[in-house]
Each structure stands twice: as structure tokens, then as C-alpha cells.
Design a protein around this ligand. Structure first.
Ligand code: NAP
Length: 341
């Protein structure tokens, strides 16, 4: 399939429900004439397409959003530029972000998309990472659900990923000890060497449970849950009395073909008088200004470091997407679909 052509809309159609992560068998890249917006609508040229673990859920079943209907273009978070507008508050050249499609173009009436804030000096990619939904997930999940106090110990899983890498840094900025769990030595070195985590443990290495225990001498006050499964069971054993678990996601289970059993030791929550609470970043949309106000300066002056793992070309979306489940990405995963203005 050809690269980006302004007259053509390439788009990924969902033909069937995936099973066990067989995305290449159920999505196909199609072409059509680039669409025109109707009255009150505008057209967005996709610059960056965000790839998120939850996309796998949207392909499979109804969750907090309805499953993507079969025979339609896959849904995804998009950052793009308006290139035609029939909308009274949006003009050509505006940079917008929101719920779009895995496609070159998105037509919207603006309900699910909005202008990105213009914080001087920051690259556009920052709005996909620390100052976008990813940043908001880490920020509100840790602060609003986890309620960290100075001196506490925060453990985060998928720590070298988009959300996890921010969680540990926010924890540090709030005076906590930050410990990451990630899938390679290289990722762990990035967390401790560049991002300032106090410790990081490679869960694929022999003896990682012992290493984790040693990394949290005061126990775990907050476990920021991103993965589920055995990692959760291991951290639960280390939880302190009145511990908190902001339940952000369970990526180890998104492609499971059978329903997965919960942690076998969940009753630890009783003896530790601990609390586990799920949350959705979408619920925090009305509070984004709070996040910009505190995270904006941290990102602008480099107290928060971030990385976008950027692949090129809409046609390479599936190869890129697979990295989320194989551990191939470090930082926020995205695909560049067309050039920045
Ligand atoms: N609640 C919300 O509103 C919300 C919003 C955004 C994201 N989330 C959730 O947050 C979590 C992280 O999302 P993200 O966007 O930041 O993705 P991410 O962490 O950048 O990417 C996924 C990472 O998860 C790890 N992983 C994959 N399969 C695993 C497994 N079986 N066991 C352990 N680790 C595994 C891999 O790193 P390793 O190399 O370390 O294995 C991979 O790089 C996901 O569960 C996602 O659904 C929730």
C-alpha cells in the first residue's frame, strides 16, 4: 500500500473479532477517496496515531465504550491538523486531539475532539505523552486514587511504558520512593539511570521476587496496577496496612482467550485493610486543566522526562501495535501518519 497521499484516505477496517492477539488476521488496510466534511463538521489530517493497550479491548467486546462494530474503521486516539473546516469555532490549521480512527483522515463535528492547549516551547508529541491522556492517567490515577504521602513507597508495573514511566516520576516529585517493574534490564536501567526511579526490577529475570522485596524495605504503600496476573499476586504480598491500589489496567489479560482468574491472594486486602479502586481517565476530562497546571511546568523544565516510541507510516500500524504486548515499546507508543505542519 502506498504512503500518505492527500487525495486518499487509507483506513484500517475491523473485519472480525481478534482471538489471542491475531490482529493481522482481523484488520485490513483499505483505501477510499479522502472524505469531505458536512455542515458544522471539520476534517482532521492525522499526524500522530496513539496506540494503546485498550485498543485490543475495543476490538473484542463492549467495555466502557462499545466494541468497534465489525466492518467499520478501527477507533483510536488521534492528534492532527484541521485541513478543511465548516465549523464555527475551529479553523484550518488548528491542532486538535481526541477520539478518531486508524485512518489518514477523521471527519468530526468536534464532540470527541478538541484543540490542544498551547504551552510555549513544547513539541506536539508532548500532548500524546505526558500532557495528553497518558499523562492524565498517570497523574489522576496516582494522585486522586493512590493519594500518595511523602515518604511512602510506590510500586508501578509496566513501568517503562507510557503511563508507568510517568507514574514513578510523579511519585518522586511528591516525595515518595518509586520502584518500577519492567520486562528487561535495558528498561530498568532507563528507569533508574534517566528517569530517577529509586529502583527497578526486571520481572523476566531469575529471582525478581526477591529483588522486589529488597527494593521495598518499608513495604508497599501504593501499587499502581497496569498488568495483572502473577505480578499483582507478588506485589500484594508486600502491601502495607492501609495500602492503596489504583487499578489502571491489566494488559497481561487483554488477549487471553479464556477469562482469567483473579489474584489468588486477594484476601490480603482484608488483613492489610487495603483498597483497590479502578478508574478511567475519560472521567477526568473535565479536570484536565489541573493536570496541565501541575504537569505543564514539570514537563517544560525537564523535571518530568518522557519518550515517544514513534514508528512511521499508517501502513505499519499493526507491527507497531504488537509491541505493546511483546514489550517492544519504551515510553508512549505512536505512529506518525503524516508530517507536522
Ligand atoms: N484506566 C485508564 O483510563 C487507562 C488509560 C491508559 C492506559 N491504561 C492501562 O495502563 C496500562 C499501561 O498502558 P500504556 O498505554 O502505558 O502501555 P505501555 O505500558 O506503554 O505498553 C505496554 C507494556 O506492558 C508490558 N506488558 C505487556 N504484556 C505484559 C504482560 N503479559 N505482563 C507484564 N507486562 C506486560 C510491556 O512492557 P514490559 O517490557 O515491561 O513487559 C509493554 O511494553 C495498560 O493496562 C492500559 O490498559 C488505563
Amino acid at each position: 500500500m502506498a504512503a500518505f497521499d492527500p487525495a486518499v484516505n487509507r483506513h484500517w477496517l475491523l473485519d472480525a473479532r481478534p482471538k489471542g492477539g491475531n490482529f493481522a488476521e482481523v484488520l485490513s488496510l483499505r483505501e477510499e477517496k479522502a472524505p469531505e466534511p458536512g455542515p458544522g463538521e471539520y476534517r482532521v489530517r492525522t499526524i500522530y496515531l496513539s496506540l494503546d493497550p485498550t485498543n485490543a479491548v475495543w476490538m473484542q467486546y463492549d467495555s466502557y465504550l462499545p466494541a468497534v462494530p465489525l466492518g467499520t474503521t478501527m477507533r483510536g486516539l488521534v492528534l492532527g491538523v484541521v485541513d478543511i473546516s465548516n465549523h464555527d469555532r475551529i479553523k484550518v490549521g488548528d491542532i486538535v486531539m481526541g477520539m478518531g480512527r486508524w485512518a489518514d483522515y477523521v471527519i468530526t463535528n468536534g464532540e470527541s475532539m478538541g484543540k490542544v492547549p498551547n504551552i510555549p516551547g513544547l513539541p506536539l508529541l508532548a500532548y500524546l505523552g505526558p500532557l495528553g491522556m497518558t499523562g492524565a492517567t498517570a497523574y489522576f490515577g496516582l494522585l486522586d486514587i493512590g493519594k500518595p504521602k511523602e515518604g511512602e513507597t510506590v510500586v508501578v508495573s509496566a513501568a517503562a511504558g507510557a503511563v508507568g514511566s510517568l507514574v514513578g516520576q510523579i511519585a518522586r516529585l511528591k516525595g515518595c520512593r518509586a520502584v518500577g517493574i519492567a520486562g528487561s534490564e535495558e528498561k530498568c536501567n532507563w528507569l533508574t539511570g534517566e528517569l530517577g526511579f529509586d529502583a527497578a526490577v526486571n520481572y523476566k529475570a531469575q529471582g525478581w521476587r526477591k529483588q522486589l522485596r529488597a527494593a521495598v524495605p518499608q513495604g508497599v504503600d501504593i501499587y499502581f496496577e497496569n498488568v495483572g496476573g502473577e505480578i499483582t499476586e507478588t506485589v500484594l504480598e508486600l502491601l502495607n496496612i492501609k495500602g492503596r491500589i489504583p487499578f489502571c489496567g491489566a494488559i497481561s489479560q487483554y488477549n487471553a482467550t479464556e477469562p482469567q482468574p483473579g489474584p489468588r491472594n486477594l484476601s490480603i486486602l482484608v488483613s492489610r485493610r487495603a483498597r483497590m479502586e479502578g478508574f478511567l481517565v475519560l472521567d477526568y476530562t473535565p479536570r484536565m486543566a489541573e493536570m496541565y497546571a501541575e504537569m505543564g511546568p514539570w514537563v517544560a523544565d525537564g523535571r518530568i522526562k518522557w519518550k515517544v516510541d514513534l514508528d512511521q507510516g499508517l501502513e505499519n500500524t499493526l507491527t507497531s501495535f504488537g509491541k505493546l504486548f511483546s514489550g517492544g515499546n519504551t515510553g508512549k507508543l505512536a505512529v506518525q501518519v503524516s508530517a507536522e505542519p
